[in-house]
Design a binder for this molecule. Structure first.
Ligand code: AMP
Length: 375
């Protein structure tokens, strides 16, 4: 399971989406009289037992959501979980403590994977969010036990996979976020599939610079300029409409109190920085989204954590939500913008995996999926 939920300073779960997303698989197993042993990581304890990464709050929440007791087991491998697994009756659930309390987990240590496998007869992987990691609980165990995909995993593969393999056209991808370098793989993989590629957020600055605009103090990746030029050329050759912002919200600092104004891309002042797309860009982007039958959105259009620079991201969230086509939103920031704006119910598929959905969209094989028998 991917129970890697956000917690506040007091250890309260601030968003239980990931727990809820796992319920169909758990209910199915319980209804079919399985003895269910749940395994997940939470945060990055790096092999140390650290109370702040305990799965106890998850056990409490899960208990409420399932309407039945969830036995919390303090260890992941060894005598205690073995005994608890042996005591577990049909239709009962137990949750092991954070699998990353053990350093062997992230090393995909075979002995550790064997100890985990010893607890069960069948391995069900429903943790799409960690499917891009070859860890003991996400990959290693599948080589020892019969490994199958849970319903969440299945849905993610189906939705993202269909968009890549047989999308309805026009297919529009909106890619935002801070850096070009993080999303090159996605852009390259989508270039021969989409009809329109929209670039916003900090990464648009590098593309705008590649087109010859001066970007002042904006976040830029000079090392990626040549690549940006190549991608623009590739898009032209492939007949893909490549849309960049035509106006920007600029400020003297990434500070909500700082002065800000809207300028066209030709007029970014020397000592100002672009922190959001402008209203005209948002309209152009929305127009393209409106015509789409398939939309993929990953990455914010600006520094949306600060109200003055969040307008672009929210207008794209609205446009995606209003699109009549198949809509897929991935990446923590775009998902949070969609949720904060109250549009979650209007999106065909909200991917629960940030890094995993990016790697999937890059066309890479995810080890957690590759190791399963029913992929
Ligand atoms: P990513 O994780 O690559 O999707 O990037 C998300 C981050 O990009 C968010 O924290 C945004 O604040 C940041 N970001 C978006 N647009 C800009 C921009 N124009 N300048 C600086 N940072 C940005």
């Amino acid at each position: 399971m991917d129970f890697n939920v956000p917690l506040d300073a007091l250890g309260n779960i601030t968003d239980d989406t990931r727990i809820r997303a796992a319920l169909p698989t758990i209910f199915y197993l319980l209804e079919n009289r399985a003895r269910v042993i749940l395994v997940s990581h939470l945060g990055r304890p790096k092999g140390n037992i650290d109370k702040k990464f305990s799965l106890e709050p998850v056990a409490v929440r899960l208990q409420k959501l399932l309407g039945q007791p969830v036995k919390m087991v303090s260890d992941v491998v060894g005598k205690i979980p073995l005994q608890s697994a042996a005591d577990l009756k049909e239709g009962q659930v137990m949750l092991l403590e954070n699998v990353r309390y053990n350093i062997e987990e992230e090393k995909n240590d075979e002995t550790f994977a064997r100890s985990l496998a010893e607890l069960a007869d069948v391995y069900v992987n429903d943790a799409f969010g960690t499917a891009h990691r070859a860890h003991a609980s996400t990959e290693g165990v599948a080589h020892i036990l019969p490994g199958v995909a849970g319903f969440l995993m299945e849905k993610e593969i189906e939705m993202l996979g269909n968009a890549l393999i047989s999308p309805e056209h026009p297919f529009v991808a909106i890619i935002g976020g801070a850096k070009v370098s993080d999303k090159i793989g996605v852009i390259e993989n989508l270039l021969d599939k989409v009809d329109t590629l929209i670039i916003g957020g900090g990464m648009a600055n590098t593309f705008l610079k590649a087109r010859g605009y001066e970007m002042g103090k904006s976040l830029l990746q000079d090392s990626q300029l040549d690549l940006a030029k190549t991608l623009i050329r590739k898009a032209e050759t492939a007949g893909v409409e490549f849309i960049l912002p035509v106006d920007l919200v600029v400020s003297q600092a990434a500070d909500p109190e700082a002065d800000y104004k809207q300028v066209s891309v030709e007029n970014v002042p020397n000592d100002w920085m672009a922190l959001d797309i402008g209203t005209q860009s948002a309209e152009i982007f929305a127009e393209a989204i409106k015509k789409a039958k398939t939309v993929i959105w990953n990455g914010p259009m600006g520094v949306f954590e600060m109200a003055p620079f969040a307008v672009g991201t929210y207008s794209i969230a609205k446009a995606v939500a209003e699109s009549g086509g198949m809509t897929i939103v991935g990446g923590g920031d775009s998902v949070s913008a969609i949720e904060k704006a109250g549009f979650a119910g209007k999106i065909s598929h909200i991917s629960t995996g940030g890094g995993a959905s990016l790697e999937f969209l890059e066309g890479r094989e995810l080890p957690g999926i590759a190791a399963l028998q029913d992929k």
